[in-house]
Design a protein around this ligand. Structure first.
Ligand code: FO1
Length: 318
């Protein structure tokens, strides 16, 4: 039975997801992962955020890169480059196995959810891992260099183009994870945690699915978001740059506003304690915790802090 449901994207989200695996019982924790970054490349179906979370929870992740497998080799890419193939997106030799196997199983008619659950089980992950949908949703950016699919913008152009608008193609009609919808409607659910992933690139694709957004708004469990902005800067990645380009003030308060109507609680970093009053003024409960996750200890501590905050909100009937 799911008691804790976490929503996350790739690198930043996976860190708190890992912390949560130490703060909640494995059979009571489910992680719902963004698939807006998914794409088809060299004939393979790539699910970067699902894989980042899978490798992180399995203890196989490449901590230096933030994606892919630790101890990876690159013979395939070296050879592809020699052949003049597309080399802007790096597929490691061992990582390639997952893409080939996932693609084969998708072509054989299995859904992404079933494949992801099976891979997680085979890699020794105890909690549930759910892609946000088995239907394609594709994040597309309108930039000063034209319209770019997510990975062309993120990896191909290293997030350099200025973003004017973002679309989540397919989100209107995609059916959200049935397990996530069931968990959100279940009175046994005790906490929903929106991990400190990029709100516009990693969490928004989930919220763009109308049924998931409605289920989140209606869930009896407290919904808590952890700010990905600390002291006016993003811990990692292009969140701050993107906010500036979208004309938004780069503060943790702006992210709280983005989640307005969905969240009951918001976790600010200690650095941003002066924003507590502003966020509370939006009718959202605030907790202040150290949110910068370096080692495993800080991930566990933040996870425990967030779950304790959820418990307090539940007890106070919010
Ligand atoms: N990110 C990069 O910056 N460069 C890459 O070449 C790259 C390859 C890659 C391959 C498999 C995978 O699962 C992820 C990969 N990523 C790469 C990361 C990923 O594309 C992004 O970090 C996420 O989509 C953003 O959350």
């Amino acid at each position: 039975m799911t008691r804790v449901l976490a929503l996350c994207g790739g690198i930043g989200g996976a860190k708190l997801a890992l912390g949560l695996t130490h703060a909640a019982a494995p059979d009571e924790l489910a992680i719902l992962v963004n698939t807006g970054d998914d794409f088809e490349h060299l004939g393979l179906s790539i699910s970067p955020d699902v894989d980042t979370v899978t490798y992180t929870l399995a203890g196989l992740n490449n901590a230096e890169l933030g994606w892919g497998l630790a101890g990876e080799t690159w013979a395939f890419m070296d050879q592809l480059r020699k052949l003049g193939g597309e080399d802007w997106f790096n597929l490691g030799d061992r990582d390639l196995a997952l893409h080939v196997e996932r693609t084969r199983r998708l072509h054989a008619g299995e859904g992404l959810s079933a494949i992801t659950a099976d891979v997680a089980h085979k890699l020794g992950i105890g909690c549930a891992l759910w892609p946000m949908s088995d239907d394609p949703v594709r994040t597309v950016l309108d930039t000063d260099e034209g319209v770019l699919p997510f990975q062309r913008y993120f990896v191909g152009r290293r997030t350099e183009p200025a973003v004017r608008a973002i679309a989540y193609e397919g989100a209107d009609t995609a059916r959200p994870s049935a397990q996530a919808l069931a968990a959100l409607a279940d009175p046994a659910l005790e906490a929903v945690v929106i991990c400190p992933s990029n709100p516009w690139l990693s969490v928004a694709p989930l919220l763009a699915m109308p049924a998931l957004r409605a289920a989140l708004a209606e869930t009896p469990a407290p919904v808590i978001a952890v700010s990905p902005i600390v002291g006016g800067k993003a811990i990692k990645g292009p969140t701050a740059k993107l906010m500036g380009e979208l004309g938004l003030p780069v503060t943790a308060g702006t992210v709280a506003e983005f989640y307005a109507g969905l969240i009951d609680g918001y976790v600010l970093d200690e650095t941003d304690r002066d924003l507590a009053g502003t966020v509370a003024g939006q009718g959202v409960a605030v907790d202040i915790l150290p949110t910068v996750m370096t080692g495993l200890e800080s991930k566990q501590a933040l996870a425990r802090g967030v779950l304790a905050f959820a418990e307090r909100l539940r007890c106070s009937g919010r």
